[in-house]
Design a protein around this ligand. Structure first.
Ligand code: C2E
Ligand code: MG
Ligand code: MG
Ligand code: MG
Length: 283
């Protein structure tokens, strides 16, 4: 009896794996088609000075505008992209789109620092420093208006290679930040070793800031650490005024979150945050 049950569950397990694989292959195929058809878009979320709410930059966040399902979240499809042949192609598209947008805003008199996200697999492929240099050259974007967000997982890869690459990117004048700080493969010694410009405090710690003393301790120490190391610190996931105020009192100067603005299409971002541009184009 026990044997029969085991065999039975084995069959169920196999079916589940097969289904998962089929789902993955379907999604991979759909994503390749989506890239061909230009169904990806970048949304922009404002990043502000917490004290006065003035705009400092924007994080570019990818969306898939599916013809039937509407906007699909990156949480759903980026894990598949990251382990597929599409990874490098999407990274290139994100970099190009964000740089062109940032340059257009710069030319309109709005210096908006645009941050892009690159996953470890995207940092592995090709010569990123070279691509970034070529792109800056081609668009004419001021290098300090481009920021690259990487997760700590990048440190699981060839450390020397990553270190060299970061150095070359920084020498161009492009800034590099650790995203989701405190949630990944972290060792404080890396902060000393790696050429970094800043840290982003993960939203999971910011959500609980007002009610959870552990979260408050983690956020407080991250801010202190950043300051002592001369790094910029950006808090993400700020959903209300009280959280923003508390972050200010803890010494955090920059942040982003639904309280200040959700990720939105470029045109909506311009209308809402780049008042000057709206006046110029309306004139
Ligand atoms: P992330 O880089 O940590 O981006 C911040 C995420 O937090 C975004 O989710 C943003 O919409 C969300 N967020 C911001 N403020 C708030 C808030 O106040 N409340 C809540 N509940 N959420 C907030 P999104 O856009 O769904 O992106 C999820 C993740 O997907 C990103 O996390 C990033 O890891 C990845 N991702 C997004 N775009 C790209 C991309 O172009 N390339 C790569 N490689 N990864 C991307
Ligand atoms: Mg990010
Ligand atoms: Mg983040
Ligand atoms: Mg995060």
């Amino acid at each position: 009896r026990a044997k029969a049950t085991r065999r039975g569950s084995h069959v169920v397990f196999e079916a589940a794996i097969r289904q998962e694989l089929e789902h993955r292959l379907t999604l991979e195929g759909e994503l390749a088609l989506a890239a061909d058809r230009g169904e990806f878009e970048l949304f922009y979320q404002p990043q502000v000075h917490l004290i006065d709410g003035s705009l400092v930059g924007a994080e570019a966040l990818i969306r898939w505008r599916h013809p039937v399902r509407g906007y699909v979240s990156p949480a759903e499809f980026m894990p598949v992209v990251n382990t597929s042949a599409l990874s490098e192609r999407i990274a290139k598209w994100v970099m190009e789109t964000a740089c062109r947008q940032a340059r257009a805003w710069e030319l309109s008199g709005n210096d908006v620092r645009v941050a892009i996200n690159l996953s470890p697999s995207q940092l592995q492929s090709g010569d990123l420093a070279h691509s970034v240099a070529a792109l800056l050259d081609e668009t004419g974007l001021t290098p300090s208006l481009l920021e690259i967000e990487v997760t700590e997982d990048i440190l699981l890869h060839d450390e020397r290679r990553v270190l060299e690459m970061f150095k070359r990117i920084q020498e161009l004048g492009v800034r590099i930040l650790f995203d989701d700080f405190g949630t990944g493969y972290a060792s404080l010694s890396y902060l000393k070793k790696f050429p970094l410009d800043g840290l982003k405090i993960d939203r999971s710690f910011v959500f609980g800031l007002l009610s959870n003393s552990d979260d408050a301790a983690i956020v407080g120490s991250t801010i202190g650490l950043s300051k002592q190391l001369g790094l910029t610190v950006v808090a993400e996931g700020i959903e209300n005024r009280a959280t923003a105020d508390l972050l200010v009192s803890m010494g955090c100067e920059e942040g982003q979150g639904y309280f200040f603005g959700r990720p939105m299409p470029a045109e909506a971002f311009e209308k809402q945050f780049l008042a000057e541009l709206a006046t110029v184009s309306a004139a």
